[in-house]
Design a protein around this ligand. Structure first.
Ligand SMILES: [Zn+2]
Length: 295
């Protein structure tokens, strides 16, 4: 990437720290690193303490001297010879503000954006795996927060649910934008859906497009990915070209409306139509298509 080209990574895919996975089972190393570690508190609503600086919002990291070693911390990794961890807590701590990933993720520097998305994703996973899915017993956290185990020895590892999000174009100047029925009026985006068990991402793209707007697609091309821990998705971005009849047919409960729009219609959004916020990979894909980076 040249110095003049814009950074086209999705905003939540900017992680630069070392996850240092080999350290998660190294109790001696973890104990030694804990003293100098920087810790981020995640509250039950997945907001984190924020300090306002002249350069914008920043995560409020705490030293470990004020924290209990055994309060369920999660080792996030290392950056610039400092260890980082997440812990669960409440808003009793002093902070300028408490904000969620959606509110602050786009405004953080890349190292903080990467650490925050990891901390939130792991907090969401822990909260949803309190019980063993095999035997129903209570699980406890091990290996610095990267394993949960029940007393029968069944191990659970952090999960990510793949989803596909795709800009469908006509090979020329038009793409499909739609509005989900559960969205507020005026909000439009490209199509998306979860990958089903036993299905490839490419097949999920074709299936979801046909289910949602009734057209067939070909030339499915990968366009980057972004973690989306609400609560545990990995968004896999694609473009796909319509093949055959491009007439849209919406006969499902999921999509309220969908339209073919030209580049200029997408770029020049009227007040009644709002595109996805910059934090979303949908925004990245739409922008890249408008800029001619994607087909
Ligand atoms: Zn079990």
């Amino acid at each position: 990437m040249s110095a003049t080209s814009p950074d086209r990574r999705p905003l939540l895919s900017r992680a630069v720290h070392d996850r240092a996975g080999i350290r998660r089972r190294d109790d001696d190393w973890l104990a030694a690193a804990w003293g100098g570690a920087q810790v981020l508190v995640v509250d039950p609503d997945y907001t984190v303490p924020i300090v306002e600086t002249a350069d914008g919002p920043r995560l409020q990291w705490r030293s470990t001297s004020t924290l209990d070693r055994d309060d369920g911390h999660v080792f996030l990794g290392e950056y610039d010879a400092t260890a980082y961890a997440g812990v669960r807590g409440t808003r009793d701590l002093a902070a300028d503000r408490w904000l969620g990933l959606r509110e602050v993720g786009a405004d953080l520097p890349e190292v903080e954006a990467g650490l925050l998305v990891e901390a939130i994703a792991l907090a969401q996973w822990h909260d949803r795996h309190v019980f063993c899915p095999l035997c129903g017993r209570v699980t406890t956290s091990e290996q610095a927060g990267w394993v949960r185990r029940c007393d029968q020895g069944h191990q659970q590892f952090p999960r990510t649910d793949p989803a596909v999000i795709m800009l469908v174009h006509d090979g020329g100047d038009r793409c499909i934008l739609g509005r989900q029925a559960v969205w507020p009026p005026g909000r439009f985006s490209i199509l998306a859906g979860f990958v089903e068990p036993g299905e490839s991402a490419e097949a999920a793209v074709a299936r979801e497009v046909f289910e949602e707007v009734g057209v067939a697609v070909t030339d499915v091309r990968y366009a980057g990915s972004q973690p989306w821990p609400f609560p545990g998705s990995l968004m896999l971005g694609f473009t796909a070209e319509v093949t055959g009849d491009p007439t849209l047919h919406i006969d499902n409960d999921e999509i309220a409306e969908a339209h073919w729009l030209t580049r200029s219609e997408v770029a020049d959004q009227p007040a009644f139509r709002r595109l996805p916020p910059p934090l979303s990979i949908a925004h990245r894909i739409i922008t890249d298509w408008l800029d001619g980076v994607l087909p």
